[in-house]
Design a protein around this ligand. Structure first.
Ligand code: ATP
Ligand code: MN
Length: 547
């Protein structure tokens, strides 16, 4: 090897500089690495090319993926020397529409905005033009010019078009008209190509990225807790079993029960309902950890807020009490909302408009008081309301809503579990902002929550969000071994099986706390989508797992 040059093509004038340098060194080198960066300086493409003498230019021409993303193109000023787009560019994407055998609206998923690709009349024959149908995939190369048409600043004057994938537009399920969200759920594999789902899933991505950024910047360790677990410690009950035992001739014990010793793991196992217990063992070693992974609940609740497979974020922090826990949760929620608002404004504005239009169909009293953006700004600029369960029960009991018997489940008094209608009354009607409820009766909460001195309540906290209801469930954990064991016995949690969990209390136990945030409910809150099935790529719900 004679030499090696790595060149960075930042899609602007540095590209010219890099090319000049390569030419200067040409002949001395036999390999060149080309790295194209986008405006965020993240790598768009990276290729190592051999560089035999005299055909550098040809090699560059042969590179397949030298495309520019449409979002990046549309952000440029036409004819600005500094952008570098006065030169030829290549875009690739799917045809949204094709008008007058001349104007292609091309979309590549980087933005809802299409690039207008203009075909010079007479340049391509009719047979070829017929193949440019809605949903066909193509590659277009040409020059970016200022657009004469309204609706876009610039357009691509195509010198070359290559069809990458033909599509029968007659059979393509998406027509250039509005489809119902229900219909689109039936074609989950294609709904990403609509504007609504384009925006939803780009925002979902941004929120996921913000989750990692938030915790990483605070020095948390991202921990991957297992998907297959042995314990049903949560007592959630609603478990999916994991087994390789045959359904017929299942091995049985003498008493007729299933012999799990014969099973793959030699014991009964299921899909996780929460990573918390494993997370606690991480927190009592690393200090601060978080999990962010798939979670499964076989609950047969066909609501707009429950999925059988969803993603949960569960931070767990040593040396935190209940109040520290609430502070972190509030800061976290605000951080990820702000991240999406700052970085995905175009998609957020689109979703706000979509929601406003959807709400026009509703009777006046069912419409939101604030638009999506105003709602999120309000959440960012105001403290969450904090009150105890006991105070909440008093408010609910005294409410006109309760006195007029408008709750499906009437307020029977202290000790009752709150239903979603009660939670939503508190956030939507009474406080009109997110609420953190704390110190619930111990009877309605899990065994691991720290027992308060009153002997009746535990250091739990739930965060309730307008339009969604419960979005976070958390607590300070019981770190006192004797109290924990006693509570486990009272609640029939198998103490022996949980030896590994209790070890965290045996060897240097510490006050600690954590919470679980349902990621899809958060995405619903930020995107304004009313059904949780519309914020996850392939929803799993009772009787539905087609794709
Ligand atoms: P809910 O009462 O709404 O069913 P939960 O009390 O069962 O919630 P937790 O066990 O506290 O919920 O789980 C933590 C978080 O996970 C919840 O606050 C919620 O955001 C989310 N979550 C729980 N169950 C589901 C589900 N089936 N689908 C989507 N998200 C869920
Ligand atoms: Mn539940």
């Amino acid at each position: 090897m004679k030499g090696y040059l790595s060149a960075c093509f930042h899609c602007n004038n540095t590209a010219k500089f890099a090319k000049t340098k390569i030419f200067e060194l040409y002949g001395l080198l036999d390999l060149v690495e080309i790295i194209a960066l986008n405006s965020n300086k993240s790598i768009v493409t990276r290729r190592i090319l051999p560089l035999p003498p005299n055909n550098y230019q040809d090699k560059i021409q042969q590179m397949f993926n030298k495309r520019v993303k449409i979002k990046e193109l549309l952000a440029q000023e036409p004819n600005n020397q500094a952008t570098g787009f006065s030169e030829e560019v290549t875009v690739m994407g799917w045809v949204r529409t094709f008008r007058n055998n001349q104007f292609i609206a091309l979309n590549d998923g980087s933005t809802n905005n299409n690039l207008q690709v203009v075909i010079e009349l007479g340049k391509f024959d009719d047979e070829f033009l017929k193949r440019i149908t809605t949903s066909a995939a193509l590659k277009a190369t040409g020059i970016i010019i200022p657009s004469m048409g309204k609706g876009q600043k610039l357009e691509l004057k195509a010198t070359d078009i290559e069809i990458l994938g033909d599509s029968d537009a007659e059979k393509y399920p998406l027509q250039p008209k509005k489809h119902s969200l229900e219909f689109l759920r039936e074609i989950a594999h294609l709904r990403f190509r609509t504007n609504t789902f384009g925006s939803v899933f780009r925002v979902r991505h941004a929120l996921a990225y913000a989750v990692h950024k938030f915790f990483n910047d605070k020095g948390f360790v991202y921990m991957h807790t297992p998907v297959i677990t042995g314990s049903d410690a949560e007592g959630a009950g609603e478990l999916f079993k994991v087994t390789t035992l045959p359904f017929d001739n299942t091995p049985r014990n003498d008493d007729g029960s299933i012999n799990f010793k014969e099973d793959f793991f030699g014991r009964a196992t299921n899909l996780t309902v929460s990573g918390q217990l494993e997370g606690e063992s991480g927190a009592t070693a690393f200090g601060d950890i978080y999990t962010f992974g798939p979670t499964f609940r076989a609950e047969n609740s066909n609501t707009a807020r429950h999925l059988a497979e969803f993603w949960m974020i569960e931070p767990e922090m040593a040396f935190y009490d209940l109040e520290d826990n609430m502070n972190l949760a509030e800061e976290f929620i605000k951080y990820i909302i702000k991240y999406a608002m700052d970085n995905n404004r175009e998609d957020m504005d689109f979703l706000a408009q979509r929601l406003a239009e959807e709400e026009k169909q509703l009777p006046q009293d069912k419409r939101s008081e604030l638009g999506l953006i105003a709602k999120l700004e309000f959440v960012l600029n105001n403290n969450f309301e904090r009150l105890t369960y006991t105070e909440a029960i008093d408010i609910l009991r005294e409410s006109n809503h309760n006195k007029k018997k408008k709750f499906q489940y009437p307020i029977t008094g202290w000790g009752m579990d709150l239903q979603s209608e009660h939670e939503r009354y508190l956030v939507e009607k009474h406080f009109k902002k997110p609420v953190i409820l704390s110190n619930y009766p111990k009877e309605i909460k899990a065994f691991y929550m720290r027992q308060n001195d009153d002997g009746k309540t535990v250091a739990a906290m739930d965060i309730l969000a307008p339009g969604i209801g419960e979005i976070v469930g958390g607590s300070q954990r019981e770190e006192r071994l004797d109290k924990l064991e006693q509570r486990m016995k009272e609640m029939n949690v198998p103490v022996e099986e949980m030896w590994w969990y209790l070890d965290t209390r045996r060897y240097g136990t510490v006050p600690h706390a954590g919470f679980g945030l349902g990621f899809e409910r958060m995405v619903q809150f930020v995107t304004g989508m009313t059904n949780i099935r519309d914020v996850i790529a392939f929803p799993r719900t009772p009787k539905s797992a087609e794709f």
